[in-house]
Design a protein around this ligand. Structure first.
Ligand code: MOS
Length: 825
């Protein structure tokens, strides 16, 4: 008898990947960005740079009150300014400011009602940007000002905190065992309240839309992370049909979550363009990006941990309060990883919401874990100190065998391996746990570490792969890959080119990657670190399908082909499955037979065939058993006739195959649908962060001296780009530890530091040597590429390593982020 299947085998099926069998081994290679030279030479045209004849400029006007009603917008007040064309207002629509995946419950926001300071209430359209700006600044607006009733002080509003809408958020409240009793009974406990401030996504490229109408079709060149869902949002906002809207985002200068949904300038530009009958370009200013798109919510997080004297945790509590506009469903899901990161039979995760008259809070890079893991990992460090135990040892002792909340196994989990690798690379054995024990000149030196984890996600995604005769290419052929996926600086163009080139056996420069247009097959978009896995799987599956079609054309089974430098060869023998052996034909041929004789003739529906195709094996297994029990012989079927006259031992040029069948191109579609995988296994990326800081003994100035990050996120598609993503995450960690903080005035709701001079992010001088190590990993449960999200893994908790290093340097624990010098003096 076969061994009892393990939990893992029972639950999810590993998926095979072709990457191990291809000739080129292009996947993983640290190649440069394929669009890099276009970008540095100014030939990659971002939305604001698209040139359309007759274009005019729109500038948004923001509310100067935090709550109340707009009584009058006086267009005549700016009519005298040369070049002014029109003041466009719309009582219902263009204030839309949304987040993908969360539906608002708020009443329709409109110019008649204002919910936060800076909320767009009108757009001034003019011949030049300067005239529109002058008009927007001079426009007279009268309000019924109700700012005195606005919720502008988080602490004051705390007593009004209410439950979140779990159904519409990305995490839910959870309770196992008896957490409060567990805490009371524990020998050693930590119970702390952490505060993290509101932060601004502020991508380098501001939110921008160039709108124009081709008859009744609206075309928006816009800076966007998720084309397919944003197209739907535009359709909903303007009551347009599918074929009436096209969104184009060829190049995007970052988003960090603020471009997951449409921002106010999109709909404003669309309406304005309709009204003035010309293309309208609206580029938000930096202050507008910060005031009127989204922010990361501030958080108040209670972490309480109870353990025995050996440090074995029995209780883990993570209670979070965040803020958002009244009626908005999104909340910062701080505890996403808390559910499964460490041991503890008594657990609680809870969320509360405070309604505030501040700009919409939404997803910002690693929504949830980025700030949630600051609290978790600082608390773990403090617990280790209390136990007089090395923080790595404490985490090692609390490795759960499986997800302790859902009681499901991990697909892969390399937290300990990451910590050990990091400890070695960083030189953790020199860490002295006694705080304030190392003074070098005027600087206290300290080291700290944190663990990290971020859940892995997969979203539906489609792509098309086209193989086309092209005499200008060395191999006489090129592949075009089409999907509406975006590249927000993350490297989509490059990694998908690698995937396609690898699977199709073509050089990099024989692949043409077409992204960022809603007329292409809909993809996941860029968000949640799921872009490479989701949209990449669409590309992978389209290319795999193309391989099958090519194999069929030369009479080979797709399992036995090898495509190298544009040539197909036979490689190995196809191992028939039981079913295939019994019917005497390959799956492809059976499928082909069904297609030609049944589907095409309308005898059965294609979807019916898809449904039953997996049953063939089961039927044959059953037949085998019946035959063995009864002695009845299995019927023998004749192999299907060979359809093609190619010779198995020959190699064939892709260009010739296409030409031979008298076609100019062949194309295939790929589609990934998130299935059961991930529902039965906890899939997450893991990592460890290490930091060394220096704190000035007189001024309290904090400098990060070096950081090491070790991450395990499945296979890596491109080591250079993945490493860059991790650098970015670690820099974000420096920002959240030491400087980033949106400050709203408590009296009038104004965003006080609405530009990058006052809202501090790390600059080059703040960023020291960063070392990134990507652990080798293969996760066959995730997707056909075996990859997992990496971008947001490195930001999660990296600030905690810095905070813990600061404690080690000077012996002060700060619970209120960012850790500015005044808080440690
Ligand atoms: Mo990310 S915050 O999902 O763009």
């Amino acid at each position: 008898l076969p061994a009892e299947p393990t939990n893992k085998e029972k639950m999810d099926k590993p998926v095979e990947t072709l990457f191990d069998k291809t000739a080129s081994n292009l996947v993983g290679k640290p190649i440069n960005r394929v669009e890099g030279s276009l970008k540095v030479s100014g030939q990659a045209h971002y939305s604001a740079e698209i040139q359309l004849d007759n274009k005019v400029y729109g500038v948004l006007v923001g509310s100067t009150i935090a709550k109340g009603k707009v009584e009058k917008i006086d267009s005549d007040s700016i009519a005298h300014i040369p070049g002014i064309i029109k003041v466009v207002t719309d009582p219902k629509r263009f204030l839309r400011n949304s987040q993908q995946g969360t539906k608002t419950e708020a009443p329709t926001q409109g110019v008649s009602e204002v919910f936060y300071h800076g909320e767009p209430i009108a757009v001034v359209v003019a011949e030049t940007f300067e005239a529109a700006t002058e008009g927007a600044n001079a426009l007279k607006v009268t309000y019924k000002d109700e700012t005195d009733q606005a919720a502008l002080d988080f602490t004051k509003e705390l007593p009004n905190a209410h439950e979140v809408n779990e159904k519409k958020g990305s995490d839910k409240n959870a309770k196992h065992g008896d957490p409060e009793q567990g805490l009371a009974d524990s020998a050693v406990t930590i119970d702390r309240m952490y505060h993290t401030p509101s932060q601004s996504n502020s991508p380098m490229e501001p939110h921008v839309t160039l709108a124009h109408w081709e008859d009744d079709k609206l075309v928006l060149y816009t800076s966007n992370q998720m084309i397919a869902s944003c197209k739907q949002q535009v359709m909903d906002a303007l009551d347009l049909k599918k074929d009436q809207v096209e969104l184009i985002s060829y190049y995007v200068g970052g988003g960090f979550g603020s471009k997951l949904g449409i921002a106010p300038e999109s709909i404003a530009a669309a309406i304005a363009s309709k009204e003035v009958g010309r293309p309208v370009l609206i580029t938000m200013t930096r202050p507008q990006v910060m005031e009127a798109t989204v922010r990361r919510s501030n958080t108040r997080q209670r972490i309480a941990i109870g353990c025995n004297e050996e440090g074995i945790i029995n209780t883990f509590i993570h209670d979070t309060t965040t803020s958002n506009l009244p009626g908005e469903a999104f909340f910062e899901p701080t505890a996403l990883s808390t559910h499964f990161l460490y041991r503890g039979e008594n657990r609680r995760v809870s969320y509360q919401m405070v309604d505030m008259n501040h700009v919409l809070s939404g997803s910002m890079r690693a929504p949830g874990e980025a700030v949630g893991m600051i609290a978790v990992e600082c608390a773990m460090d403090e617990l280790a100190t209390k136990l007089e135990m090395d923080p790595i040892e404490l985490r090692r002792r609390n490795e759960p065998e499986e997800d302790p909340s859902e009681e499901m196994p991990f697909s892969t989990r390399q937290l300990v391996a990451c910590m050990e690798k990091g400890a070695e690379a960083f030189g953790w054995d020199e860490h002295n746990p006694k705080p304030a024990s190392r003074l070098e000149g005027d600087w206290w030196i300290g080291t700290g570490m944190s663990g990290t984890s971020r859940g892995n996600m997969l979203q539906p995604s489609e792509a098309r792969a086209i193989l086309q005769v092209d005499d200008s290419k060395e191999l006489g052929v090129k592949a075009i890959i089409e999907t509406d996926m975006t590249d927000i600086g993350t490297g989509s163009y490059t990694v998908f080119t690698q995937v396609a080139a690898d699977l199709l056996g073509l050089p990099i420069d024989h692949i043409e990657m077409k992204l960022g247009d809603s007329d292409l097959p809909p993809a996941s978009g860029s968000g949640g670190s799921f872009g490479a896995a989701s949209a990449g799987s669409g590309v992978y599956l389209a290319c795999e399908q193309l391989r099958k079609m090519l194999a069929k054309k030369v009479g080979l089974h797709a399992d036995t082909i090898r495509i190298d430098n544009g040539q197909i060869k036979k490689s190995g023998e196809h191992q028939p499955s039981k079913a295939e052996a019994a019917i005497g034909a390959s799956r492809e041929k059976v499928a082909d037979f069904v297609d030609k004789n049944l589907v095409e003739k309308g005898v059965v529906d294609k979807s019916e065939v898809d449904k039953v195709s997996g049953l063939v094996d089961k039927a044959v297994d059953l037949a085998d058993k019946v035959s063995a029990k009864t002695g009845m012989p299995l019927p023998e079927l004749k192999p299907a006739n060979e359809q093609y006259d190619f010779d198995d031992n020959q190699s064939y040029a892709l260009a010739d195959i296409i030409a031979k069948f008298d076609e100019q191109e062949i194309s295939a579609k790929g589609q990934i649908k998130p299935g059961k995988n991930g529902k039965n296994l906890r899939q997450a990326s893991f990592g460890a962060n290490f930091a060394e800081v220096a704190v000035h003994k007189v001024t309290g100035e904090i400098r990060v001296k070096r950081m090491t990050g070790v991450y395990a996120a499945g296979r890596i598609l491109n080591h250079k780009l993945a490493t860059s993503q991790c650098y970015g995450g670690m820099v974000f960690g420096i920002g959240s530890a030491l400087m980033e903080e949106v400050i709203h005035d408590k009296h009038d709701g104004r965003l006080c530091n609405h530009d990058l001079a006052e809202y501090h992010v790390p600059v080059n001088a703040d960023v020291p040597q960063l070392d990134v190590i990507l652990l080798e990993e293969d996760d066959p449960y995730t997707n056909p590429m075996h990859i997992k999200g990496i971008g947001e893994t490195s930001i999660s908790g990296s600030a905690a390593a810095i905070a813990n290093a600061i404690y080690n340097a000077v012996g002060v624990r700060v619970y209120d982020f960012p850790i500015t010098l005044d808080k440690i003096l």
